[in-house]
Design a protein around this ligand. Structure first.
Ligand SMILES: C[S@@+](CC[C@H](N)C(=O)[O-])C[C@H]1O[C@@H](n2cnc3c(N)ncnc32)[C@H](O)[C@@H]1O
Length: 246
């Protein structure tokens, strides 16, 4: 994907933590299911995180890579709870810096974060026990190359768990099989549609406050809230788990 597409969230990350309006929207829509302390950027819930933990089945001393980690919260929570090591990669330096700060404030300073992405991990073949990606894969244009890279860095039997949106023209299961994975789960995230639509409704209703707090970082949110709802019912937010064969 182009640098421009990957850069679109840089302004948002720079101001994300200065927006009580945005935090309030997620709180209002998701209530206790919103993991505010992890500062997620996307739609991950505590319910999703519990499901990721089951599907990843991390053990102490294993090594998790979080691709498209953003501010890093989901990977930090899962690796820390399991006693696993963590590397988070994101193309945006501002997100990586935010992830470093968050890992320290959450008491997990040994987590590592670096600039990178789905097709640029810089990792050795077979060097990871598990790969996670939360709400990031939809941004990756070349999914075939992305899955090939995940297969390359995972050890045989290693697990790849992700959430993303799945339009009818994207066959994640077929692409995973072609890359050498066995798909073990594919399910819609719980109550994703009604809650995502409500977030967009509140973002549109509170546009002025968001623009005041997020500055130029508000524009990607407002565009998404305006342009996405029509197609959303036919673009399910899915949780997928796959095991590297062989
Ligand atoms: C919606 S955010 C999700 C962030 C984080 N996983 C979370 O749940 O808080 C999507 C992230 O994907 C990243 N991204 C965009 N293109 C990517 C690529 N090619 N490889 C990895 N990450 C990418 C963006 O920079 C952004 O941080």
């Amino acid at each position: 994907m182009s640098a421009t597409a990957e850069d679109r969230y840089a302004d948002f990350y720079a101001r994300q933590l200065s927006s009580p309006t945005l935090a309030g929207i997620y709180q209002e829509v998701y209530g206790e299911d919103h993991p505010e302390e992890l500062r997620p950027f996307g739609f991950v819930t505590r319910t999703d995180l519990a499901r990721f933990a089951e599907l990843l089945d991390l053990r102490p001393g294993t090594f998790l890579v979080d691709l498209g980690c953003g501010r890093g919260g989901p990977g930090i929570a899962l690796a820390r709870a399991a006693g696993a090591g963590l590397l988070g990669l994101d193309p945006l330096a501002v997100a990586v810096e935010g992830a470093r700060e968050l890992s320290v404030s959450l008491g997990f300073p040994e987590a590592r974060f670096a600039v990178g992405g789905f097709t640029a991990t810089g990792l050795e073949p077979g060097s990871c026990d598990a790969v996670l990606s939360v709400d990031a894969l939809w941004m990756v244009w070349n999914k075939r190359a992305a899955f090939a890279e995940v297969a390359r860095v995972l050890r045989p039997g290693g697990r790849f768990v992700f959430s993303t949106w799945e339009p009818s023209y994207v066959d994640h299961a077929g692409l995973l099989a072609a890359a050498g994975f066995t798909v073990t789960a594919r399910e819609e995230a719980q109550r994703w549609l009604e809650r995502q639509l409500l977030v967009y409704e509140l973002v549109r209703a509170r546009a002025t406050a968001l623009e005041g707090e997020l500055g130029p970082g508000a524009s990607v949110l407002l565009e998404e809230a305006r342009d996405t709802p029509a197609a959303l019912p036919s673009t399910p937010r899915v949780i997928v788990a796959a095991t590297k064969t062989g």
